[in-house]
Write a protein that binds this ligand. Structure first.
Ligand code: FES
Length: 162
């Protein structure tokens, strides 16, 4: 079957512009698809790595922390307390709505500035809306140093005897 181009019949202007439009549309679609494929291929070359915060960190030598001392580590959101019977670590994040608490040395207590909860140096709630004590965290000794793992919650009565 002969095509209209084979007959050398001149195209009307309307027919001509329709062909150009369809060519442009087809070319554009192929271009967009190629670009999408290229971007996906290039992104595939870079690893999708999630850098997570370090949860284990060294505190120091236990013999350098006197009994009754509470070490506040706001960057790590952790407290380490040297009680009479040993060491324990607890989170500094309030159990009410998750604010960062702070140690008030002059009052010897832990205070949450958000809604006024107060905790003893052992993490027990003494006042305020906080529903439960500050959870204790895993505390170990490695190579003679106290090491806290803030990702591991332990029982409330865990004490590290040194
Ligand atoms: S978040 Fe600490 S008292 Fe509300």
């Amino acid at each position: 079957m002969p095509l209209i181009d084979d007959l050398k019949i001149p195209l009307e202007d309307a027919e001509h512009s329709r062909r150009e439009f369809l060519s442009l549309l087809g070319g554009g679609a192929i271009g967009v698809a190629s670009l999408g494929t290229a971007v996906t291929a290039v992104r595939f070359l870079w690893p999708e790595v999630l850098f997570e915060e370090e949860t284990r960190f060294r505190i120091g030598k236990p013999e350098e922390v006197p009994v009754g001392t509470l070490l506040a580590l706001p960057e790590q959101r952790v407290y380490v307390f040297h009680a009479a019977d040993g060491f324990f670590a607890m989170t500094a994040v309030c159990t009410h709505l998750g604010c960062l608490t702070r140690f008030e040395k002059e009052n010897n207590r832990i205070f949450c500035p958000c809604h006024g909860s107060r905790f003893s140096t052992s993490g027990e709630v003494t006042d305020g809306p906080a529903p439960k004590p500050l959870p204790r965290l895993q505390l170990t000794i490695e190579a003679g140093l106290l090491v806290v793992d803030s990702a591991k919650v332990v029982e409330q009565d865990v004490i590290l005897k040194v």
